[in-house]
Ligand binder design. Sequence first.
Ligand SMILES: NC(=O)c1ccc[n+]([C@@H]2O[C@H](COP(=O)([O-])OP(=O)(O)OC[C@H]3O[C@@H](n4cnc5c(N)ncnc54)[C@H](O)[C@@H]3O)[C@@H](O)[C@H]2O)c1
Length: 251
Amino acid sequence: MPANERHAGRIVMITGAAKGIGAATAHAFALEGAILVLADIDMVALNATMAGLPGAGHLAIRLDVTTPDDWQAAVAQVDDRFGKLDVLVNNAGWGNLRSIFDTKPEDWRRLIAINLDSVFFGTMAAMPLLERSGDAAVVNVSSIRSRVVGFGSGPYSAAKAGVEMFSRVAAVECAQTGRKVRVNSIHPGFVDTPLSKAQGEAARAARAASVPQGRMAEPEEIAAGILFLASREASYVNGSALVVDGAFTAV
Ligand SMILES: NC(=O)c1ccc[n+]([C@@H]2O[C@H](COP(=O)([O-])OP(=O)(O)OC[C@H]3O[C@@H](n4cnc5c(N)ncnc54)[C@H](O)[C@@H]3O)[C@@H](O)[C@H]2O)c1
């Protein structure tokens, strides 16, 4: 029996669900009784994540979030199986560290496509299914880089700031057009993922020391924020941005 059943029976779709924050979020929703639609381009890792999920009835879909046709096909599969969607977590994202002076137009377009186009394409493709929920939530994974610059965060920061503002626009337009779909963004600070572990202990220690709380976040701590924003406890939280960063941007 899940300790908390806030999401029991709800249909929850997560992009970039194969690894990192997406996989931790899928696990947390499943522990609360949700039925998951996991989407990613890495099917080997996605199937491994799927195999480790508690509960039953979950669905894994290959989806490139930068491609509108993939979104239409994925939403059609969700419609066939479930007929509605209660929660969409637009989590898939990617960044590199490169000065704008070394960023080529194709690098810019790629980062904007993965981090920002994806959120617009996904939210709009899923909207008809979200509307059928009657009590739906979209959570868009942005970053502290939407607020503060780090060296080499150029197109990534621009995209993540776009995610925050798109979330606010979508929240207002859904509410003003009578759609029962809340939209919020979440802004993680430094998260201790396999990628950060691979960068070595010295790099990890330096990052942790730059955070007032003195450590990086665990992916589960970001998942907890996503589950709150998607829950009925957050029924009046709409068009907001939840920063989960150990006070990094408060300084
Ligand atoms: N890790 C951090 O420190 C951190 C901090 C702030 C924000 N974020 C954001 O959190 C989200 C998740 O990051 P993470 O650290 O878990 O990353 P991760 O690299 O561990 O996982 C990202 C997942 O997205 C998938 N993906 C990449 N491109 C895709 C595409 N085109 N279509 C579908 N799936 C695709 C990858 O296969 C992977 O499974 C991202 O939006 C990232 O920008 C991460």
